[in-house]
Design a protein around this ligand. Structure first.
Ligand SMILES: Cc1cc2nc3c(=O)[nH]c(=O)nc-3n(C[C@H](O)[C@H](O)[C@H](O)COP(=O)(O)O)c2cc1C
Length: 314
């Protein structure tokens, strides 16, 4: 059975979200925590710290991720993750602010640094190590050298998102080299990118049966039942579950700050994707987007509930 993972999406798949999804649905084989990175000052960002704290991560198969450019950054980050049994290295983040510092996909500028990051992680972390990567910075040809490097190590798996950093999250993923990559890699290969429906998933695994798993990002946020549909070929969609998930996320977010505006802003982000579960999704989303205070928010929520769950093709 192909493994199904929930992708890390900074500010979306935070612990509040992961915990609610896991409690109500529990169809992911692994849940990835968005990256933690070397801080500007001397302290990890509160948001990142909260997200990796063990009290907030009380079930198995949660995998934290590090975004690091070199040995020093890895050595700073790993002690925060001692209680986990797997860590993922982010060689994929595409944003110029990140890549110009040699982090994320920027590691492609100097594969000696990639080697340093991997070896420091393997030497300092007692559990399994996996790597998430892209095709390259600007071209889709860079992966060969990277896979040859990764082949020197015994990794848990590698996760390929076949876009270049320049593409960010837009344009088509490049499928033309995927078979060659799977053949070349001595480590198990997980695919990630643009799986939005069961049809996308079926098509992918038909073409690439030697994949060991698939990671779902935006597709799983847009349809929280996607992993269930893939695994069980049925779905238990219900408005009650949606509202319970919402309420649990909301409660956690409210614990994080006293400031009403911040809670609402954060929940607005949640509704970016969650609104797709409702009839009149655009209107549902707009109401949350327009909310200025708790009263507006409650009205928006009542409206969403009245619209009910959206009927989907798949
Ligand atoms: C808003 C946003 C935040 C993301 N944050 C991370 C992150 O922290 N770590 C990471 O490895 N990838 C991150 N990604 C990339 C996703 O994990 C995934 O690789 C990408 O969205 C492609 O998969 P999808 O098409 O299934 O969404 C992020 C993507 C988005 C859109």
């Amino acid at each position: 059975m192909m493994k199904i993972y929930l992708a890390p999406l900074q500010e979306y798949t935070e612990y509040s979200y992961r915990n609610a999804i896991h409690k109500h649905l529990n169809y992911f084989d692994k849940y990835f925590i968005p990256y933690i990175s070397y801080p500007k000052g001397d302290k990890l960002k509160n948001r990142q710290k909260r997200d990796i704290e063990i009290v907030n991560n009380q079930f198995d198969h949660i995998v934290p991720q590090i975004l690091a450019a070199n040995k020093e950054e890895v050595e700073y980050l790993l002690p925060f993750l001692e209680e986990y049994n797997e860590v993922n290295i982010n060689f994929g983040c595409p944003y110029p602010m990140v890549t110009k510092r040699g982090r994320g996909c920027g590691i492609y500028q100097d594969l000696e640094k990639a080697k340093e990051v991997i070896e420091t992680t393997l030497n300092n972390f007692k559990g399994k190590v996996s790597v998430k990567l892209r095709s390259g910075l600007k071209s889709h040809d860079s992966w060969v050298k990277m896979i040859e490097l990764l082949n020197q190590y015994n990794l848990e798996e590698i996760i390929i998102h076949p876009r270049t950093a320049s593409q960010l999250y837009k344009g088509e993923p490049e499928y033309s080299y995927l078979s060659d990559l799977i053949d070349l890699s001595t480590n198990p290969v997980v695919y990630n990118g643009d799986i939005m429906t069961i049809a996308d998933y079926n098509h992918l695994i038909e073409q690439y049966p030697n994949l060991s798993g698939v990671m779902l990002g935006r597709g799983a946020l847009t349809d929280i039942y996607l992993a269930q549909k893939i695994k069980e070929k049925r779905t238990t969609e219900s408005l009650t579950t949606l509202i319970e998930i919402h309420n649990e996320v909301f409660e956690e977010v409210r614990k994080q700050t006293e400031i009403e505006r911040q809670v609402i802003q954060k929940m607005e982000r949640f509704w970016d994707y969650f609104s797709h579960h409702f009839e009149n999704e655009r209107k549902v989303y707009k109401n949350f987007k327009k909310s200025k205070n708790q009263l507006d928010y409650n009205t928006a929520l009542s409206f969403a509930k009245r619209q009910g769950i959206k009927k989907r093709e798949s």
